[in-house]
Every structure is written in structure tokens, then in C-alpha cells.
Design a protein around this ligand. Structure first.
Ligand code: SAH
Ligand code: DHB
Ligand code: MG
Length: 223
């Protein structure tokens, strides 16, 4: 990948359009120091999530997969006064790092981190009548993506937007023989999305500092 221009172009885009951001940089630094994997969204992807939320006027956001709270900071900053982000994370250490990063960034008061396997938290949220969420970002264990998408639909309203990260997996998505559980998870999600009548879905391939991947974008049209 060293001879690919993607990472350098991402650097150009981020320098030109995003600039420096001490709280986001500190979030990445403290995540690194705590030994979290370096798999947060890229800065320009984080800003896309932020702008989507602002353009929708979304005030209620659900994230599945918190890690160190990097994408959560971008999204929480997009919320209007009184807006809420609920983010689901299974690993207590990740949640702890995220909590301190969100607090440092000054958005801790509008973010609830639920520390449990996301399927459990989703069940609880649905049982408690939580939602509907205006925007959902699915970015946790790829094996459960289809289930996360179905739960997200039950926590949605007409007009909710659901973004699913990492659907392309370096092109693995089209390998019908794959044994990779994460790729299989994404293939199962895509098959499901193609038949689900409550949404209109597209997917877009991406290249950049995180390599070759992509995201799916779903719009809830009827429930
Ligand atoms: N959205 C983050 C990155 C998330 S990485 C960002 O861009 O900054 C994926 C996260 O999902 C990891 O922190 C991992 O611990 C968490 N995860 C994995 N399996 C999970 C599960 N079953 N339930 C909840 N979280 C899970
Ligand atoms: C991985 C997970 C992610 O959410 C991501 O954006 C990139 C990589 C991974 O598990 O490898
Ligand atoms: Mg991801």
C-alpha cells in the first residue's frame, strides 16, 4: 500500500479541511497509550458522520461500537442542545478510555456509554421503549452486523439514517468462498439489506488512510 496515494491524499484533505483538533488528537493518543487497536474512523470520515447528523438535524443518535470514543466525539459535537448519543461497548477498558476522552472533549454530559455486549444493550433499549433514534452508526464486531441492523430498525422511525462501517473489507465482500467470519458477517448483512423492505440502501467503496473499505447507507422509508 506504500505506493498508493490514498494515505497522502487523506493527509492533504485533513490538513486542508479539518485542521488540528486537540481534543480529537488527545482521544487518539490516549487510546494508543491504553493499547486500544488503531481502528477508529479516519478524521475525514468522522467529519462526514458529524455533517450527516447536522444536515439531518438529528438529535438522538445510537452508536454500536465505541472503542475510545473518537467517532463518538465527532457525532456528539453535531448534536443540538438537549441532543443525546447512546453508544454501546462490550469492553470495559474501551468504555473507560472513551469516557475520559468524551469528558475531556466537553461532550460527556450528552453521551451515555452502555457497557455490555451490544445485543444485550439493544434488547434492553427496545424493552425500555428507547428511541426512536434519528441516526445510527454500526461499527462493532462485524459478525453481528445483520443483527445490529435489525435491532436498529426496531429503534428507528421513518427518516432514520443508518450508516454501517467496514462493509467492503479490502474487497473481501465479493468473495463467496470466504471463511473470514468478519467478511461473512458483512455478506450476510448485505444480503439481508437487499431484501429488507423497510429501507432503501446503497454502499460506497472508500480508500484512504484506513486502506480499502466502504460503508453502507440506509434510509428508513417505512416501518
Ligand atoms: N466507532 C469507533 C470504532 C469502533 S471499533 C470509532 O470509530 O472511534 C469496534 C468496537 O466494538 C471495539 O471497541 C470493540 O470492543 C467493540 N465490540 C466488539 N464486539 C462487541 C460487542 N459484541 N458488543 C459491543 N461492542 C463490541
Ligand atoms: C477493523 C474494525 C473497524 O471498525 C475498522 O474501521 C477497521 C478495522 C478490524 O476489526 O479490523
Ligand atoms: Mg469501523
Amino acid at each position: 500500500m506504500a505506493d498508493q496515494p490514498w494515505a497522502a491524499v487523506d493527509e492533504y484533505i485533513c490538513d486542508l479541511l479539518l485542521g488540528s483538533d486537540p481534543d480529537l488528537e488527545a482521544a487518539l493518543e490516549s487510546s494508543r497509550e491504553a493499547g486500544l487497536p488503531p481502528i477508529a474512523v479516519a478524521p475525514n470520515q468522522g467529519k462526514l458522520l458529524h455533517l450527516l447528523i447536522r444536515s439531518l438535524g438529528a438529535s438522538s443518535v445510537l452508536e454500536i461500537g465505541t472503542l475510545g470514543g473518537y467517532s463518538a466525539i465527532w457525532m456528539a459535537r453535531a448534536l443540538p442542545a438537549g441532543g443525546r448519543l447512546v453508544t454501546l461497548e462490550a469492553a470495559p477498558k474501551h468504555a473507560e478510555v472513551a469516557r475520559s476522552n468524551l469528558d475531556r472533549a466537553g461532550v460527556g454530559d450528552r453521551v451515555e456509554i452502555r457497557v455490555a455486549p451490544a445485543l444485550d444493550s439493544l434488547k434492553e433499549l427496545a424493552a425500555a421503549g428507547a428511541g426512536p433514534f434519528d441516526f445510527v452508526f454500526i461499527d462493532a464486531d462485524k459478525e453481528n452486523t445483520r443483527a445490529y441492523f435489525e435491532w436498529s430498525l426496531s429503534l428507528s422511525k421513518v427518516g432514520t439514517v443508518i450508516v454501517v462501517d467496514n462493509v467492503v473489507r479490502n474487497g473481501g465482500l465479493i468473495d463467496a468462498e470466504t471463511k473470514d467470519a468478519q467478511v461473512l458477517g458483512m455478506r450476510q448483512f448485505m444480503d439481508y439489506a437487499s431484501t429488507e423492505k423497510r429501507v432503501e440502501v446503497t454502499a460506497v467503496q472508500t480508500v484512504g488512510s484506513k486502506g480499502y473499505d466502504g460503508f453502507a447507507f440506509a434510509y428508513v422509508t417505512n416501518l
